[in-house]
Design a protein around this ligand. Structure first.
Ligand code: SAH
Length: 468
């Protein structure tokens, strides 16, 4: 992961003073997630270019360690694009390595801090969820000229199509601290995936770094929402502060606090890995219509949205508020009509037959069955395998055996207070094989997450495939 900043002005090597980094030396910094190196590929009288190179340690990331908010965090093992893209790691590195410049301090050259200079920032791999259009909506109002080139998913295989990453050059005349603040806030907004849990401290960070320019930015709502990871209460708080108001409805706050707690119990790694497993299934099967059973807040639907081969992406859930959040995540109300028509969000219960669920090649049920009372499991199987009859059902549920390895979990406790049961691998197998045989499906089993030799993987998968 690389960021280069070039300045052109007479005595350009003064950039070294502004950044508190000597142009003549290579400097290394150990950060919580890897190593940052600062060096100057160009240091001439009129032109000075500094590089911030991040080496993210993917193995270290997988180990359970304390995040900046003081909570444990994990990233997905193995399948992990984090080391190669500019993301919130870059923000953390900017704050740690260029913190003084970010805060607009320079003892030796205070006059330079306030000077607007011609800067060019080069980000060779910047993930932009929302594409070039969003990149422009975020940076153009701040006065940047932008060159962007979309990168292929894999340059060796053009047929794989394009990635969400762009090579980006941003040019503007502004103060260095402004450039660093814009990158600090907007790079993770474009990536829309933070590597640590968002908490109250993030609101403070957003104000510390975005205070001056954010209040008048036309996209301030989207920026707050994404920077704060779609957490409604925090976003509302932030927007109220930008508008200079006090507010907050205590009932809503209590409810959302509860939601946040739940979110904390759900490890980020596994969540993401489960979605990737579904994407991997899609890579090798022809699927035009997918329905996510118990879609919750629509994270899987959101991950499926960029797959253009999917003509229909539907979600069903019993919780109206989860569906509302899914609609916000998918930005349904902002999509053009034709695009919006790909999506449906249905309110319904999976223990009653529902004709809307028919006609799908793939149904998914990620971490849903354990929320059903065991006597209703048969009704679920009939609803899905007998009536909806997708060509395949991709179902995941916790593997109880693996709980022994979760340090924070009491012996015998479930991972979530709403779980009605958690099964061993043998228990899932017994149930799934019986249901598959009864409704004309073949079933196979797999795991997601690190497969412990004794306790197995944390998440287990049953893949049902229709025999005819
Ligand atoms: N699949 C999502 C959500 C898992 S949480 C994910 O992987 O993140 C379980 C979800 O199942 C919740 O959103 C809950 O509202 C939903 N759910 C529970 N019982 C249900 C039922 N009978 N019918 C439909 N959805 C149900």
């Amino acid at each position: 992961m690389l960021l280069e900043i070039e300045a052109r002005f007479p005595s350009a090597t003064d950039l070294g003073f502004l950044l508190h980094k000597n142009p003549a030396r290579l400097q290394s910094f150990e950060l919580s997630f890897g190593r940052a190196q600062v060096f100057y590929p160009v240091a001439e009288a009129e032109r000075c270019r500094v590089a911030l190179l991040l080496e993210v340690d993917p193995i270290g990331l997988v180990r359970d360690r304390r995040g900046p908010a003081g909570r444990g965090f994990q990233l997905e093992a193995y399948v992990n694009d984090r080391p190669y893209v500019a993301s919130s790691f870059l923000s953390v590195a900017i704050a740690e390595v260029f913190g003084t410049a970010l805060n607009g301090r320079c003892k030796s050259h205070p006059e330079l801090v306030e000077r607007k200079l011609a800067f060019e920032a080069h980000l060779p791999t910047l993930p932009c969820r929302g594409g070039e259009a969003l990149l422009r909506r975020l940076f153009e109002p701040l006065g940047y000229a932008i060159d962007a080139r979309r990168l292929p998913l894999d340059p060796r295989f053009p047929s794989f199509g394009e990635s969400t990453c762009y090579e980006v050059v941003l040019r503007a005349e502004l103060r260095l601290r402004e450039l660093l603040q814009h990158l600090y806030v907007l790079v993770p907004v474009l990536d829309d995936e933070k590597h640590y849990w968002v908490g109250e401290a993030e609101v403070e960070k957003l104000f510390a770094k975005g205070g001056d320019w954010l209040a008048t930015h036309p996209e301030r709502e989207l920026i707050s929402r994404r920077f704060l990871r779609h957490q409604r209460r925090l976003t509302r708080d932030a927007l109220a502060r930008l508008a200079g108001e006090e507010e907050l409805d205590p009932d809503a706050v209590a409810q959302e606090r509860d939601d946040e707690e739940r979110a904390l119990e759900r490890p980020i790694a596994l969540d993401e890995l489960r979605r990737r497993a579904v994407l991997a299934y899609l890579d090798s099967h022809e699927v035009r219509a997918v329905v996510d059973l118990g879609c919750g807040e629509g994270k899987l639907l959101h991950a499926l949205a960029p797959r253009r081969s999917l003509a229909r992406i539907c979600g069903v859930d019993v919780s109206p508020s989860a569906l509302e959040r899914a609609a916000v995540r998918l930005r349904l109300e902002e999509l053009p009509e034709k695009e919006r028509a790909r999506f449906s969000l249905w309110h319904g219960s999976l223990v009653y037959r529902d004709a809307r669920l028919q006609g799908f090649e793939l149904a998914t049920a990620l971490e849903v069955i354990e929320h059903l009372d065991p006597p209703r499991l048969e009704a679920f199987a009939r609803c899905v395998l007998e009536h909806a009859r997708p060509q395949a059902l991709f179902l995941t549920t916790p593997n109880r055996e693996h709980n022994a390895l979760f340090a924070g979990l009491r012996a015998g406790a479930f991972r979530h207070r709403d779980h009605r049961f958690e099964w061993t691998r043998a228990e899932l197998r017994t149930w799934a094989e019986a249901m598959a045989a009864r409704f004309g499906y073949a079933v196979s089993f797999a795991g997601i997450g690190v497969d412990d030799p004794v306790h197995g993987p944390p998440t287990q998968v049953a893949l049902f495939e229709r025999r005819s």
